[in-house]
Design a protein around this ligand. Structure first.
Ligand SMILES: Cc1cc2nc3c(=O)[nH]c(=O)nc-3n(C[C@H](O)[C@H](O)[C@H](O)COP(=O)(O)OP(=O)(O)OC[C@H]3O[C@@H](n4cnc5c(N)ncnc54)[C@H](O)[C@@H]3O)c2cc1C
Ligand code: SF4
Length: 341
C-alpha cells in the first residue's frame, strides 16, 4: 500500500473542498472496497477525505411520500430500517442478498453505488486492463470472462457492475443527490452508471470532486409484488452471475405497472423500459414473461465462457416475474401450473 494523507471531514462542503484541493484524492466511506483496492495497488490515492463524521446517515421520510437514504447510512441500517422494510422490501431483500453481515455493517449506501467491478483482470496488475490502465487492452475478451457482461459491452471492456443494492435502486427509479464544487444536483439512477464505450475507466457520471450525499426513493415502493432473484455460484458470500429485481403493481392477474432491472449482465444495472411496457396492461402469464425475456436479451453478445449468461438471464427474468406475480392474493395461480421457465 502506498502512503497517503487523510482528513476527517466534519461538513459536506468542507469534504468537497478538501477533496478538490488535493490531487489524486478519493472519498472514504466504509472502506470495504477502496481499502482492498489500495492494498492490491489498483487504487493509489495520495489523499483520503474520510466521510465518517458527516451528518449523512439518516433515513428520513420526504414530503412527497418518498424516502431519503443518507449516503453514510450503512447497508445494514438501510436493510433493517422499518420504513425500508415496510415500503421498499425489494431494497431490503437486495441488500441482504449481498456480502456478509460484517461487511454490510461497514459498507455505506454511497460507497455501494461506487464499488468497482469484480472482473478478475481488473485486480491483477500483471495483465492488461483498460479500466485500470486506459489504453492497455482488455484481457477478459478472449480470456476467462465467466463473470463478465453480455449486454451493452464494448470492444474496450465487458465488465459488470457488481452491486446487488443498485439493481433494486434501478427498478425503484431512485434519484442520486450529489454535492460538488459547482453545488448540488440530482442524477436519475438510470443515468448514474455508464456503459463502457471507449472510456471504461469511467464507471459513472459523477464529475470530479462530486460527493454522493443521499439516495432518494420515490413514493412507489412495490411493497405487494416484488422479488430479487440472485443466481450465483455459492449460496452466500458471492457476487451475482445474473440477478433480477422486480417490482409490480397488480390488479387481479393484470399487471398495471412493471419495473425490473438486471445485475451481473452489464456495466450498469440493466433496465429495459420497452420490455417493462410489454408487461403493462397485460395478464401475467408464462408466455408473456418468455417474450419479455427474449426481448431483453435479443441484442446480447456472449464471449465464450460467459455465453451461458444469456439463457440463464432469460430464465431468471421468467422466474422472477413469476415469483413477483405469485405474491398477489388475487392471482389466478393456475396460469402458472406446469410452467417451466
Ligand atoms: C468479500 C466481499 C464480498 C462482497 N459481496 C458483495 C455482494 O455480494 N454484493 C454486493 O452488492 N456487494 C458486495 N460487496 C461489496 C460491498 O457491498 C462494497 O464494498 C460496499 O458497498 C462499498 O461501500 P463502502 O462504504 O465500504 O465504500 P468504500 O470502499 O469506502 O468506497 C468505494 C468507492 O466509493 C467512493 N465513495 C464512497 N462513498 C462515497 C460518497 N458518499 N460519495 C462519493 N464517493 C464515495 C470511494 O471513493 C470509493 O471509490 C462485497 C465486498 C467484499 C469485500
Ligand atoms: S472487462 Fe474491463 S475490467 Fe475486465 S479486463 Fe477488460 S477492461 Fe479490464
Amino acid at each position: 500500500m502506498n502512503s497517503f494523507t487523510l482528513t476527517q471531514a466534519e461538513a459536506v462542503q468542507a469534504a468537497v473542498a478538501d477533496n478538490t484541493s488535493h490531487d489524486g484524492a478519493a472519498y472514504l466511506g466504509g472502506g470495504t472496497n477502496l481499502i482492498d483496492l489500495m492494498k492490491y495497488n489498483v487504487a493509489r490515492p495520495t489523499h483520503l477525505t474520510s466521510l465518517g463524521h458527516l451528518p449523512l446517515s439518516r433515513i428520513e421520510a420526504l414530503p412527497d411520500g418518498g424516502l431519503r437514504l443518507g449516503a453514510l447510512a450503512t447497508n445494514s441500517a438501510t436493510a433493517y430500517d422499518e420504513q425500508v422494510q415496510a415500503r421498499y422490501p425489494l431494497l431490503s431483500q437486495t441488500i441482504l442478498a449481498g456480502a456478509t453481515p460484517q461487511l454490510r455493517n461497514m459498507a455505506t449506501d454511497g460507497g455501494n453505488l461506487l464499488q468497482r467491478t469484480r472482473c478478475y483482470y481488473f485486480y491483477d496488475l500483471a495483465t492488461p486492463c483498460n479500466k485500470r490502465e486506459p489504453g492497455t487492452g482488455c484481457s477478459a475478451i478472449g480470456g476467462f470472462n465467466r463473470v463478465c457482461g453480455v449486454l451493452g459491452t464494448s470492444e474496450s471492456c465487458i465488465a459488470t457492475h457488481p452491486s446487488d443494492m443498485c439493481v433494486a435502486l434501478a427498478a425503484l427509479e431512485a434519484v442520486v443527490r450529489v454535492e460538488g464544487p459547482a453545488g448540488e444536483r440530482t442524477i436519475k439512477f438510470e443515468d448514474f452508471h455508464r456503459l463502457p464505450g471507449d472510456q471504461p475507466e469511467l464507471d459513472n457520471t459523477l464529475k470530479p470532486g462530486e460527493l454522493v450525499t443521499a439516495i432518494d426513493l420515490p413514493k412507489r415502493g412495490f411493497e405487494k409484488n416484488f422479488t430479487y432473484l440472485k443466481l450465483r455460484d455459492r449460496a452466500s458470500y458471492a457476487f451475482a452471475l445474473v440477478s433480477v429485481a422486480v417490482g409490480l403493481e397488480m390488479e387481479g392477474n393484470t399487471i398495471k405497472k412493471a419495473r425490473f432491472a438486471l445485475g451481473g449482465v452489464a456495466h450498469k444495472p440493466w433496465r429495459d423500459q420497452e420490455a417493462e411496457k410489454m408487461l403493462e396492461g397485460q395478464s401475467a402469464s408464462p408466455d408473456l414473461f418468455r417474450q419479455v425475456a427474449a426481448k431483453v436479451f435479443a441484442e446480447a453478445k456472449g464471449y465464450g465462457p460467459n455465453s451461458f449468461k444469456i439463457e440463464l438471464g432469460r430464465r431468471a427474468i421468467v422466474r422472477a416475474l413469476k415469483q413477483a406475480t405469485e405474491m398477489s392474493q388475487e392471482l389466478d395461480s393456475t396460469a402458472f401450473l406446469n410452467s417451466n421457465p
